[in-house]
Design a protein around this ligand. Structure first.
Ligand code: C5P
Length: 428
């Protein structure tokens, strides 16, 4: 029989601490053993007794900094017991202490004595998250091999909406089990119905388009399709019904995804417009050629006839058309920029009419086209930009879907509130 994972959950003082018992419960459902340590501030948000009941063990705090009779220091004993450390929620203060190796309390003392895998789920106000000091601390932790889960965009304790909300507890549970959050979702029943994408129709375009010049040549671009495929795979794992319209790429079809292959921008347009009516979320990830040759030679162009002059005509902008399609849905566009990335992104968001625009800087060799990693800034109308820091495209897809999910939940809430208001007005 496999040895159950032993998870040490460190809880610091953020409002999201109230989600700690739920995480413990999920881990225990999956066979893990869990112990908890908490800061004094965390005790103001969640009762140690609740954690004691769900873990079946005492909860560790400041009193354990003193040896408890056996002579062995508890923080050392605990590090020897556990095989992974999860810090959730992790406040800005905790991130700073971890990054700098400071240990003013039991939790940080324990973290300093720890040399195994660490998962950190930050939660804080967006201004604290975006502060250069926090970002520097996060970069230090990441460079040390710490796995960061979230934060995500969503409603915050302050009543605002922004980047700083703790990631979905299930994603943290997954990371704690050394699986991605979505593997946990796909793995067993009860978690599946947690995603707001279950049963929703998601339409994704991916890859480049090819605009033929003659029977053998085309105008194309460097898009690998990885980002779109990652989004399709992730959405499918979260229980969405996914349609993937892809240009020519050499990637394996994600399981559970219905794929349509296209070559040209015009073919992609037809495929997308055919499918958009039913879609509740659209990711227009494809790198569509802006222009196509006006004339396509029916025979291979011959070298002997000298260099051809190629006249180009503009392709329709599929994203603009999708944004205007009848019905309500969330439309996410992508933009690859090489300079003044944010300003161009904002202009594009307006021009394209989509709800979110995911902008990446393709002038950087380490991210973007054909790379396995990406870093993006997400722009939305009337909201501050959200940076999703550099990470593998699959993880980036998960972060984007978290963001979309919180947007969908918010829309549902607003819609429900509006319909109740209308009902009560009718009743009055
Ligand atoms: O204008 P630009 O090509 O930078 O815009 C990028 C976004 O617009 C992407 O989401 C891309 O899929 C979409 N696009 C489109 N049709 C085009 C060109 C771009 O849908 N002809």
């Amino acid at each position: 029989m496999a040895i159950p994972p032993r998870i040490l959950l460190g809880v610091s003082g953020g409002i999201a601490a109230y989600k700690a018992p739920e995480m413990v419960r999920r881990w225990r459902e999956r066979g893990a053993e869990v112990r908890c340590a908490m800061t004094d501030n965390a005790r103001r948000f969640v009762s140690p007794l609740a954690l004691e009941v769900v873990t079946g063990h005492r909860v560790y705090g400041e009193e354990y900094l003193k040896p408890q009779g056996s002579g062995v220091e508890e923080h050392i004993e605990l590090t020897e017991w556990a095989d992974r450390l999860v810090l959730a929620p992790a406040t800005a203060n905790l991130l700073a202490l971890l990054a700098r190796g400071l240990a003013p309390n039991f939790l940080t003392t324990l973290a300093l004595a720890w040399d195994g895998p660490v998962v950190v789920a930050p939660a804080m106000h967006p201004r604290m998250w975006n502060h250069p000091a926090t970002q520097e601390n996060v970069a230090l932790l990441r460079a040390r091999g710490v796995t960061l889960v979230g934060p995500v965009v969503g409603p915050l304790a302050s009543g605002e909406i922004g980047m700083g909300r703790m990631a979905d507890p299930l994603a943290i549970v997954g990371a704690g089990l050394e699986m991605s959050g979505l593997e946990v979702r796909a793995g067993v029943g009860p978690a599946d119905d947690k995603s707001s994408l279950v049963g929703r129709r998601v339409l994704v375009s991916a890859g480049p388009t090819r605009e033929p010049l003659d029977p053998v040549r085309f105008l194309g671009n460097r898009s690998s399709g990885k980002m779109g495929f990652a989004l399709a795979a992730e959405a499918a794992k979260r229980g969405a019904i996914v349609d993937l319209v892809s240009g020519p790429v050499s990637l394996e079809e994600p399981p559970g995804v219905r794929r349509t292959r296209v070559e040209t921008a015009l073919e992609m347009r037809t495929a997308m417009l055919d499918r958009v009516v039913d879609a509740e979320v659209v990711f227009m990830t494809a790198a569509v050629a802006d222009y196509r040759p006006l004339r396509v030679a029916s025979e291979k162009l011959k070298k002997e006839t000298g260099p051809p002059t190629v006249e180009l005509v503009e392709n329709p902008d599929i994203l603009v058309e999708l944004s205007k399609a009848p019905g309500r849905r969330l439309i996410v566009g992508f933009a690859a920029e090489t300079e003044d990335v944010l300003r161009h992104g904002q202009t594009k968001l307006e021009r394209k009419g989509c709800d979110l625009l995911v902008v990446n800087d393709v002038s950087r060799a380490d991210i973007g086209f054909d790379s396995d990693d990406n870093e993006v800034t997400v722009l939305a109308k009337g909201a501050p930009p959200v940076v999703i820091s550099r990470r593998p495209k699959r993880e980036l897809a998960a972060a984007l879907l978290d963001l979309v999910e919180s947007d969908l939940v918010e829309r549902d809430v607003v819609e429900r509130e509006l319909s109740t208001e209308t009902e009560s007005e009718v009743g009055a």
